[in-house]
Design a protein around this ligand. Structure first.
Ligand code: FES
Ligand SMILES: [Fe+2]
Length: 385
């Protein structure tokens, strides 16, 4: 039960906002100390107390379509290997050989087993250590004790969630609606690195107050400035960005109004993932903090369109180019905020009532960090002999 409005209600709220020249308003402004964007201590707390303890969307299920499909990447600084087993279950492991620590896989692919390229220790898809070359050189080695070190992985609503540290946080996955279906297939994944704090990049997705100023020639001609439906579910949010052609729906009875190609939904899946719907694709955007001022952005593109991919090629490319132009503008303002941190001009950033989803994001971060036990200074990940 997510409590999100159905599409018809969202359309009606948007049409009412157009008529009344209004937008959704949060109850209050949010003031976030600028210190929280520049403090290494705070960054460490975000990594250790939130990103590693929270059930975090790791990849779409469609990225692991078959038995043996794997995906290896860092999540909150930890190399993680997620793999679909012969039993169809997705498992995730700390991506390091139990001999001398070589990573077992990089990128994505499909394997029957993971063979370490250093000395050939071999692990099954369920992480069990199956084979050690010249095993007589390791007297007393108990192979049952040297399987890959698992982290919690849950597959739900077409997403794979990974939780690295035990935390007792409950309900996070249940709060998330169905976003991907078995019919969704992966078109590809792109990666970029930006010199910007991960929270500043996140904030750029979560409001439509900047549409006219930042996206004057790109999004503004087809979208509205500062006209959104903003909803919360659990620690997450959904922001609807309507396209101007949504007004055509006025001619239809409410039960026939579909949001398809009439708006973009941006789902913020706390803490660091966005899912955004477009006419031809649905994007899952993962923001991986690399340092306090550096973020890797991974974008998985999926589609559930039944038409042949080559038939969609041209319109999809047009829509991608268009989106890219807007994204470049978003990256530029985010970078500018990052550089502006050094000015010393602000002690707080003030997020207005239009920017309520950002306030919700910070409120959730604060709650998890402030309610947690003392921040551990060092990465507490050495474990299990
Ligand atoms: S480090 Fe993997 S087999 Fe030696
Ligand atoms: Fe933007």
């Amino acid at each position: 039960m997510t409590g999100l409005s159905d599409d018809r209600e969202v359309v009606q709220r948007i049409l009412d906002h157009i008529d009344n020249r209004t937008t959704d308003l949060g109850e209050a402004c949010w003031r976030e100390p600028v210190e929280n964007y520049v403090s290494e201590k705070r960054f460490a707390a975000e990594m250790h107390l939130v990103l590693r303890r929270y059930p975090t969307p790791f990849c779409p299920s469609a990225a692991l379509p078959d038995a043996g499909s794997y995906l290896a990447r860092e999540a909150a600084g930890t190399p993680i290997l997620a793999v679909r087993g012969d039993d169809g279950r997705v498992r995730a492991f700390r991506n390091a050989c139990r001999h001398r620590g070589t990573m077992l896989a990089e990128g994505a692919g499909c394997e029957k087993a993971f063979v370490c390229r250093y000395h050939g220790w071999t692990y099954a898809l369920d992480g069990a250590l199956r084979h050690v070359p010249h095993e007589y050189g390791f007297p007393g080695l108990d192979k049952n004790e040297r399987g890959l070190v698992p982290v919690s992985a849950v597959e739900s609503n077409g997403l794979v969630f990974v939780t690295q540290e035990r935390s007792g946080i409950t309900g996070a996955v249940d709060a998330i609606p169905d976003l991907f279906y078995p019919s969704h297939r992966l078109l590809g994944c792109s990666e970029e690195e930006v010199v910007t704090n991960w929270k500043i990049v996140t904030e750029g997705f979560l409001e439509g107050y900047h549409i006219r100023s930042t996206h004057r020639e790109t999004f503004y001609p087809i979208q509205y400035d500062n006209l959104n439906v903003v909803e919360r579910f659990g620690r997450n949010s959904r922001i609807a960005f309507p396209y101007r052609r949504i007004e055509k729906l006025r001619a239809l009875p409410p039960e026939q109004r579909s949001v398809q190609a009439m708006l973009t939904y941006v789902y913020h899946l706390f803490p660091n993932v966005m899912v955004a719907t477009f006419p031809y694709t649905i994007l899952m955007v993962v923001l991986e903090p690399l340092a306090i001022d550096r973020t890797r952005i991974l974008t998985y593109a999926l589609t559930d369109r039944t038409s042949r991919p080559e038939d969609d090629q041209e319109p999809r490319q047009r829509s991608q180019d268009f989106l890219l132009a807007g994204t470049v503008e978003d990256r530029a303002v985010a970078r500018s905020v990052q550089r502006g941190l050094g000015s010393g001009a602000n002690e707080i950033f003030e997020f207005g009532r239009f920017e309520a989803a950002i306030g919700h994001f910070h409120r959730s971060l604060h709650a998890l960090i402030d309610d947690a036990p003392a921040v551990r200074a060092e990465p507490a990940r050495a474990r299990r002999a």
